[in-house]
Ligand binder design. Sequence first.
Ligand code: GCU
Length: 487
Amino acid sequence: MRHKKISASAFIFAVLTAAIFCRAQSASTHLPAPMDWSAEQDHRNLMEQLGIKTLRPGADGMNPHAANYQNTDEAKANPYPDLPDPLTMKNREKVTTPEMWWQQRRPEIVEDFDHEVYGRVPKNVPKVTWEVTGIIRTNNGAVPVVTKHLVGHVDNSSYPPISVNIQLTLTTPANATGPVPVMLEFGFDFSRFFRGTNRFGGTNAFRGFGAFGGGLNWQQLVLSNGWGYAVIVPTSYQADNGAGLTKGIIGLCNRGQPRMPDDWGALRAWAWGASRALDYFETDPAVDAKQVGIEGLSRYGKATLVTMAYDPRFAIALVGSSGKGGAALFRRNFGEQVENLTGTGEYHWMAGNFLKYGGPLTPGDLPVDSHELIALCAPRPVFISYGAMSGHPGAEGTWVDQHGSFMAAIAAGPVYQLLGKKDLGVPGNYLTAPMPPINTALTNGDLAWRQHDGGHTDAPNWPAFLEWADRYIHGPLPVLRPLSQTQ
Ligand code: GCU
């Protein structure tokens, strides 16, 4: 008995010593947990880093009686009518050759977007390893398809407290006669809509599943072209809020600490994920990785344009209702403003440095504007899509600034022309060119434009997009053609 008693107290002593030892050990070798700030705390920290005392408030998009209700008066919409010239170097030299564009001017513009607007992708972003977690053979409409469920595991050995896994699905026609072109969509996480937080009243929530026009949804339209489609879930690797900036892929690279002012924001992070998906497509024999397009709506329309601008491997883009931070000119005051983007609800999309343009600087101080983001996509084809501003039941409204995006597309034109491509082809310049009527596609050029007569969705523009895209993207021979005709 006595012997047992001694060993019990010895055991307790040993456990206590071990616990104390482990605590001391963990203090020196274990990594701290990621910061757990609210968006407001993180936003304030960035303001402090930048020495910003106050930011101007953004516009109110909802209440017409509010003092700061969005401007919808075109006469007041251009407080900074002069845009930075994409074809004039910082040293004022004119860009006259494609070589000057590629070697000198384009890098200048990229640097400005990196430093001031969307932030830089860090050099140390860890590798992604793709795993096929499931393969499902099914039919989508009349077409037999193969859907692969994929997870992109990000190597987190540098900071194990954060794990990041990219969700992706890839669907290709089961009977394809060769590798197929693929449209990659930034997909909404539908679970948040089921919780009833869709501010658009459901117009875009189920668009991926809903039929329209001729009765086919976008996936079925794409399949009927002989292409495949893929959906990446951006929020699986970077949250759509400021509190998430010390987590996800941005947090992993910063070991759970807050961003520096030129670190990447969520748009750039989402675009990074799309590029990793394309890395995977390059390894999948079902996909023709030279013919992968990118598409998204609203905040994912912004991410679409950022992806296309930064990764030259994407062949074509459908930019849906991207608004401020996407195709709409920052310098415009119509609908959403730069000051909305610099507020606590949206600043996480951008680099920290972008806050400066919501106070003390102004949008007119930005070294670049969205026409230059579009120009970074040149010479590759870009289709800019919107709904109607007004005058149609369920119209999209003014928040997204359709006209400011049209102006940006026109002002990107000279770069397309310099590279031997066709611009939008409208008469006049970005300040004077009239917008085409609703439901009229401008698709003669390598920059294309269409406003449908509906709301905040790009679904009704898919047919026009695909008709235009057919000039650039070619699937393998259709399987339904009798063998005799293909020989
Ligand atoms: C808000 C925001 C827009 C954004 C949109 C979206 O309206 O102000 O910039 O595009 O949400 O749902 O993505």
